[in-house]
Ligand binder design. Structure first.
Ligand SMILES: [Zn+2]
Length: 465
């Protein structure tokens, strides 16, 4: 239903001050190429050397290990490009793809029987702190008189107050994702003046405990807005110091009613801490497009190309094709990535149009079985299927494009250097019983095997270790 807010939309928990008068929303002004404050940012250049260790990883892969270092061999592997190869692994990294190499006696050989081998999936947008995976089923409570943010927040706080411990739920959700083939993840974590770092602390512990299983980036997500929730800007800054990798944002116009000041805080922290940005943006139609172009302008002015993402960006699917093309060109030039999970009740970004313009489009599960909606299975192959289905994709090329969205394009958006089916990369891959990528996206085979650093970690949807 167009116009009905998505479950993840305008998730506001900081109720203080919500009754006081607010200034009128910023008008849906025509697109501009340069923000009013661009000069300020142009003078203070973005310093990539201050980015998080994850983001500093080189994009160029290391040289292949010598063949004598091979300690595992996988034969009859069907690569996404159709080649049937042997995959050699040594020290947890890919050594080679091609002819079966000579190996030392005793090196284990696994015959994959021509199954498809995919790089591990990239879950680019999830909320580890608010899911009820790992807890008892909690029936969805509809709003009593149409969608109401305050009521939804009250439901969320009520349900979370009686939920299983956050660390338990976060771990369960993470394991669900790994079991389906995701070994790279970006999770938003609620950070605001009302909860402080209360959600971040257990999630940081879960991330640390799961390092051998999955790589996780965390985004300081101001779920209650920034300007309308006192203390949020300060605690977001603290969250970066405490271990968050990126700074988030949320609907600068509709939630905070001040696009400029909201973005001042977000990009100010990003600049100060040398981290990337990932902003939730549900604001609709030309208002949303205007905000996206403001974000793109700031990104370019700060030299942050490749370090900024806009999540959801529903507006791009709500305006005319001509307008979407114009904005896509601006986004591409600024190097801003777009995340979509193709939620059922909304318009969503036009994937083919954006990719044709050169925009990196990636995806994520977003909410999984939380107080906002009951859906989600932690499977990025399933997510590719949903995006393809909703986009009207039928050809092999189109199905391959959504597979790219949940693999390689996701790695690009998350700036993962140590990724992919290439010699030298971490040997993280998924074996899928399908003849090729289009069949995998359409058929969604569940009997997969997931390998982390060359070791089997999940099979048939369950962890094995
Ligand atoms: Zn979200």
């Amino acid at each position: 239903m167009r116009g009905r807010p998505h479950p993840d939309e305008a998730r506001t928990g900081c109720l203080e001050g919500r009754g006081r008068p607010r200034p009128a929303p910023a008008p849906a002004a025509p697109p501009t190429s340069t923000p009013r404050r661009a000069d300020k940012y142009a003078r203070r250049r973005y310093r990539p050397d201050r980015r998080s260790p994850e983001s500093r990883k080189p994009v160029t892969l290391s040289a292949p290990a010598p063949s004598s270092a091979i300690d595992a061999l996988f034969t009859n592997a069907r690569l996404p490009d159709g080649r049937l190869v042997a995959i050699a692994v040594g020290g947890g990294r890919f050594v080679s793809f091609g002819e079966t190499p000579a190996t030392d006696a005793g090196v284990p050989v696994t015959d994959l029987g021509g199954a498809l081998v995919s790089p591990s999936f990239v879950e680019g947008h999830i909320h580890l702190d608010t899911s009820f995976i790992g807890d008892v089923w909690k029936p969805h409570r509809p709003c009593t008189n149409g969608f109401d943010v305050r009521e939804r927040v009250a439901f969320q706080m009520d349900l979370l107050s009686t939920a299983a411990p956050m660390a338990h739920r976060a771990r369960a959700q993470l394991e669900l994702c790994v079991a389906n083939g995701t070994l790279r993840m970006r999770s938003h974590v609620m950070i605001d003046g009302s909860v402080g770092l209360k959600h971040l602390e257990p999630v940081l512990e879960v991330r640390e405990a799961a390092r051998d299983l999955i790589d996780i980036q965390l985004v300081a997500f101001p779920q209650s807005g920034i300007l309308t929730c006192p203390g949020t800007a300060e605690v977001m800054d603290e969250a970066i110091a405490a271990g968050c990798d990126l700074v988030g944002g949320l609907d600068p116009a509709i939630v905070d009613r001040d696009i400029e000041k909201h973005l001042d805080v977000v990009f100010g922290i990003a600049e100060k801490r040398g981290v990337g940005v990932d902003i939730h943006l549900h604001d609709a139609h030309m208002l949303g497009v205007f905000e996206i172009e403001q974000i793109a302008a700031r990104t370019a002015a700060l030299g942050m190309q490749g370090h900024v993402a806009v999540s959801h960006a529903y507006a791009l699917g709500e305006v005319s094709t001509d307008q979407a093309k114009r904005t896509a060109d601006i986004i591409a030039k600024a190097g801003v990535a777009i995340m979509t999970n193709a939620p059922g009740a909304h318009g969503f970004p036009p994937v083919t149009l954006l990719r044709a313009a050169g925009v990196t489009v990636f995806s994520g599960s977003d909410n999984i079985r939380d107080s906002w909606w009951p859906y989600g299975d932690g499977d990025m192959l399933s997510r590719a299927n949903i995006i393809g289905y909703r986009s009207g994709f039928y050809t092999d090329a189109e199905l391959e494009s959504v597979f790219d969205v949940v693999t390689t394009a996701g790695a690009t958006a998350l700036r993962l250097g140590d990724y992919g089916l290439v010699p030298g990369a971490s040997a993280d891959f998924v074996v899928i019983p399908a003849a090729h990528v289009p069949e995998a996206v359409a058929a969604l085979p569940r009997e997969r095997k997931v390998y982390r650093r060359g070791k089997l970690v999940a099979e048939g949807g369950k962890l094995v270790a």
